[in-house]
Structures are given as structure tokens and as C-alpha cells.
Write a protein that binds this ligand. Structure first.
Ligand code: COA
Length: 516
């Protein structure tokens, strides 16, 4: 039903994007022009040290000649290869060839590595023999099967079981360190050091390794603390600014502490890989969950500073005549930006908890809003005609708009308003999202088959790269790829694998025999 009703909206969206295209092109063109001198500079820098070495080493001469031949072949004067002529999506994936030693567990780290695996990285997830990532067994919906908590965060990965506290196990891990490009971990502070995999040791084994961590807090008084999602939401400023003024602080359902920080880390890793192309060496990347949440809450730190200069006039509290305190208050469903907004009831709200629409009174379409809700006189009434005049009356204004929205269901409001360019958004339940055809069509919601639990829904890659296709694959069973990785990635022989099997490095420790 939702899809049908949205058809008109999509049409108008297509119209809009067509109209906007030239602007986008302009930006891209600008960027390309700006980049060239930088690339040239870098290339010049690169040739300088090589020129020095020329008198000593003949091969350097050859390499330089090869490079300049490549440049000529490009015809673009840069050190980049000539543009691929393969069909779009036929030139491999963005992170093809990148190997990740995935030491992550629970949610934050796995979010990061799953995304990199979606982009084409070979993600090798190391798990404790017999136990695995704790989320395999948490919030289980099917007895004896990997939970959705695990399966939805570990797609496109391979699983190897290694006991890092076993001597042979550490030997295997060190081989993995030498082979991989990125190590990602989100253990409690100090856990990896206790295993013997300090940054210094890893850098010694593989100077090209990018060593990426999620921790709860950055350096400071709380750096040694363990942290879960809601702790980060509380410590990062989100909870104090979420909820209603008269209620307690509130955590949000969006996992901004875990998944949000995982996304930050993924950007850090890709950036470090890019820098490594130039420097040849890896580096540490650290994302603290408190920092990640604050980064997502920056508009509230903005408001904190604005408070010094007077009340926050776009908050409905201002219109209600309630004085502001010293900190940014909770603002309910107020908009966080400059266009006043509120959540309004729609037809059926008495029985459907999700029959609501988020309505933004964007100033440029105020006239359309007035006509739609049957208040054309507000277009010229000095109490309503301008944004500053409306600020102290927002509660009343939204009450009147709501009288109109309550006569329509949320999809009707969405359809009618978008035809007038009025930005609104229906509250979609997870049931509606799971059934939404357009999300399936774009690969944002994907159904994956699993040998143990059968088909399940997962969230595919929300970042669409048009030359790097993403096929979402199921999560691995515990240790499913242990032998494959030992032989194909690390080059162990069959005899060596047999020896590893008896060492306890990849199997759970044997239980001590019971006394008779
Ligand atoms: N072989 C042997 N031991 C292993 C292992 C392996 N393959 N993989 C992990 N372990 C061990 C670690 O060495 C560590 O043991 P130690 O404490 O004796 O040194 C232990 O398993 C796991 O450590 P820890 O991270 O403390 O797990 P936890 O369940 O107690 O804590 C968190 C979970 C999430 C609170 C904690 O990891 C943390 O704060 N992480 C950083 C912040 C974060 O990412 N939080 C969000 C999670 S979604």
C-alpha cells in the first residue's frame, strides 16, 4: 500500500533531482580541477627522492621510466592508472585486496568490519574456540542457532577460531598479522595488550598494518572503563538532550554509540589506507564512543553556546514562556534546525501507535501550508506571515495543522504535502520498513539464507557505490573457515594443520576429567 501511494511522490522527486543535476556536475568539475595540482605536487615529491637514488641504483631508473610511461599512457599527467573501460560494476569492488584481521565483538566493531566487507574487503573474524562472539548466543530467537544479533552484524565475513592464549594460537595470529592490512578490535581497554598484540608489537611484525580500535572513552579519566551503547549515549550528550522537558533523559533506539562509532571507525580505516598509499606505513586509528556520539550531537553543543546570548527561540519551550536553564534542555519532537517542526497525529492514531507524521513548517513553503490547512489568511496576517512572528505561536500553529493531518492517514499526508514541496515524513514502524518494496529493491533491506536458521532479513549496504557492487552474504558459522584460512591464506601444510588441531589452538580447551 505504501509503495502505491508513494508513486506520485517519487515522480516529483525525480523531477527535482533532474532539475538539480547541473549543480552537482558543477561541484564535481570544480573538485577535479582543484585536485590536479595536488596530484602533480605529490608526484613531483615522489620523483625527487628517486632522482637522488638514481646514481646509486639502476632499478630506480627503470621504475621511474615505467611511471612516466604510464603517465603518458594515461594522457592525464597524473600517476593514476588510465580510467577503466570495464562496464560499471565490472571493475571489482572498492576494497578488493584489503585483508582485515577482525578481532571485533558485540556491535560497534562488527558494524565497521561488516561495512568494509560489503565494500569488498576480505574480513577474517577471529573468535574464541567453542565460544565465539558473545552475541552468537545473545537474544536468541531460535534454539541452538546463531542469533539475529550476530547474523545481522557479521555478514560477508569468514570465521576462524583461534585461542589467543595458546602458544600455537598466538603463532597463527602473528602470521595473520603479517598477512593482513588492517586489524580491527573493540575489546575492553588493555585486553589486546594482555594478549601480547600491542600496537608496537603489531607494527614490528607488520609496519603496514592499520591498527584500529573502538573504545568507550578517549584518553582521560574514564579511558579504562568498559562501555556499552547506552553509556555512550549518556556520556556523549545525547540522552540529556533527548526526551521531553518534563521527563527524565532518554536513550534513543538508533544505536548511535555502537553502530555510529563503527561507522566513524570505518572512515578512519579507509582514510588510513589512503594515507598508507603515500607513506607505506600503517597507523593507529582510535574512535571513542563518547566522541562519536558527541559528533552526532554537535547541534546541541551549538545550542549550548547560543544559550549565552538569549533563549533558544525555535524551541517550543520559548513559545510556552518557560525560561531556559543553564544547559540545553530536552526538546521533545522540536526540530533540531532552523525550520520549526513537530510530530502530528494522523487518522487512526487512537488505535495505531505509529499513525503520526513529522511536519516541517519550512519558511519557503509557508503559503502552500496555509492554503492546504484552510488558513489562507495566515499568509498575510502579521502574527503568522513571517518566521519570527510564528516562533512564539508554534504550539498553536501545530495544533491547527494537526486538525488537518488527523483527517488523513500518514501516507495521504505524505503524498499531498510532497506534491506541494512541503517536507514531511511518516512514522514508519519496523513492520512497515521490513515490507517496504523500495528498500528491498535498492538492497538496503536484504533477505539472506542461513544453513541453521533459514532466511532472515538484514540491512544491506546503506552506502551505494555505483562501480562497486555489493552482494550481501550470510554470516559465517563459528570457525566455518578455520581450515580454509590456515591453508589458503596462511599457507600451512596439511601436516601442520593436523598438528595445529591437536595443539588446542583452534579447538576449545578440553574439560578436565571428572574424579571417579
Ligand atoms: N582467545 C582467547 N581469549 C580471547 C579471544 C580469543 N580468541 N578473544 C577474546 N578473548 C578474551 C580477551 O583476551 C579478554 O580476556 P582478558 O580480559 O582476560 O584479557 C576477553 O576475552 C574479552 O574481553 P572484554 O572485551 O573485556 O569482554 P567483556 O565481555 O568483558 O566486555 C565490552 C565487553 C563491550 C564492555 C568491552 O569489550 C568494551 O568495553 N569494549 C570497548 C567498547 C565497545 O566497543 N563497546 C561496545 C560494544 S558493542
Amino acid at each position: 500500500m505504501a509503495t502505491k501511494k508513494k508513486a506520485k511522490t517519487t515522480k516529483s522527486a525525480a523531477k527535482k533531482s533532474a532539475a538539480k543535476k547541473p549543480a552537482v556536475k558543477k561541484v564535481i568539475a570544480k573538485k577535479t580541477v582543484a585536485k590536479k595540482p595536488v596530484a602533480k605536487k605529490a608526484a613531483a615529491k615522489k620523483t625527487a627522492p628517486k632522482a637522488k637514488a638514481r646514481s646509486v641504483k639502476a632499478p630506480a631508473k627503470k621504475a621511474a621510466a615505467k611511471k612516466s610511461a604510464a603517465k603518458k599512457a594515461n594522457g592525464n599527467g597524473s600517476a593514476y592508472p588510465a580510467p577503466s573501460t570495464a562496464a560499471w560494476g565490472g571493475a571489482g569492488k572498492a576494497l578488493d585486496g584489503v585483508k582485515i584481521l577482525d578481532f571485533t565483538h558485540v556491535q560497534s566493531g562488527p558494524t565497521c568490519t561488516q561495512l568494509l566487507a560489503y565494500m569488498g574487503a576480505d574480513c577474517i573474524k577471529v573468535e574464541r574456540p567453542g565460544v565465539g562472539d558473545i552475541t552468537r548466543t545473545q537474544l536468541r530467537d531460535i534454539k541452538g542457532q546463531d542469533s539475529l544479533y550476530f547474523t545481522m552484524l557479521n555478514g560477508n565475513k569468514r570465521s576462524i577460531t583461534i585461542d589467543s592464549k595458546n602458544k600455537k594460537g598466538m603463532e597463527i595470529l602473528e602470521r595473520l598479522v603479517k598477512t593482513c592490512d588492517v586489524l580491527v578490535e573493540n575489546f575492553a581497554p588493555g585486553a589486546l595488550d594482555r594478549m601480547g598484540l600491542t600496537f608496537e608489537r603489531v607494527h614490528e611484525l607488520n609496519p603496514r598494518m592499520i591498527y584500529a580500535s573502538v573504545k568507550g572513552f578517549g584518553p582521560g579519566p574514564y579511558e579504562d572503563c568498559k562501555v556499552y551503547e547506552n553509556i555512550a549515549q549518556c556520556a556523549g550528550g545525547s540522552a540529556s538532550t533527548t526526551g521531553f522537558r518534563e521527563g527524565p533523559p532518554l536513550v534513543t533506539g538508533a544505536q548511535i554509540g555502537d553502530s555510529g562509532t563503527g561507522l566513524h571507525l570505518a572512515l578512519g580505516i579507509v582514510t588510513a589506507l589512503y594515507q598508507r598509499n603515500r607513506t607505506g606505513r600503517g597507523q593507529r586509528v582510535l574512535c571513542a564512543m563518547q566522541d562519536g556520539v558527541l559528533n552526532l550531537c554537535r547541534v546541541k553543543l551549538r545550542d549550548q553556546q547560543r544559550l549565552k546570548h538569549g533563549p533558544l527561540t525555535e524551541y517550543s519551550q520559548y513559545g510556552e514562556g518557560i525560561p531556559f536553564g543553564e544547559s540545553v534542555p530536552r526538546a521533545g519532537n522540536d526540530s533540531g534546525g532552523g525550520q520549526p517542526a513537530w510530530l502530528l497525529k494522523c487518522k487512526g492514531w487512537e488505535t495505531d501507535p505509529d499513525a503520526y507524521i513529522y511536519f516541517i513548517t519550512q519558511a519557503p513553503v509557508w503559503a502552500q501550508i496555509c492554503d492546504l490547512i484552510g488558513k489562507p489568511e495566515w499568509k498575510t496576517d502579521p502574527d503568522f506571515a513571517t518566521p519570527p512572528a510564528r516562533l512564539p505561536r508554534l504550539k498553536y500553529i501545530f495544533g491547527v495543522i494537526e486538525e488537518w493531518t488527523m483527517t488523513k492517514d500518514k501516507f495521504e499526508v505524505m503524498d499531498i504535502c510532497n506534491q506541494q514541496d512541503i517536507p514531511v515524513g511518516p512514522i514508519l514502524s519496523m513492520k512497515e520498513i521490513a515490507a517496504e518494496e523500495s528498500l528491498r529493491a535498492t538492497g538496503t533491506v536484504v533477505e539472506v539464507d542461513h544453513p541453521g536458521r533459514g532466511a532472515y532479513l538484514t540491512v544491506g549496504n546503506p552506502i551505494k557505490l555505483f562501480d562497486s557492487p555489493c552482494e550481501v552474504q550470510r554470516s559465517p558459522l563459528l570457525g566455518e573457515h578455520t581450515e580454509e584460512i590456515l591453508t589458503q591464506v596462511l599457507g600451512y601444510t596439511d601436516a601442520e594443520v593436523a598438528e595445529i588441531k591437536t595443539s588446542g589452538a583452534i579447538t576449545p580447551p578440553e574439560k578436565p576429567a571428572r574424579a571417579a
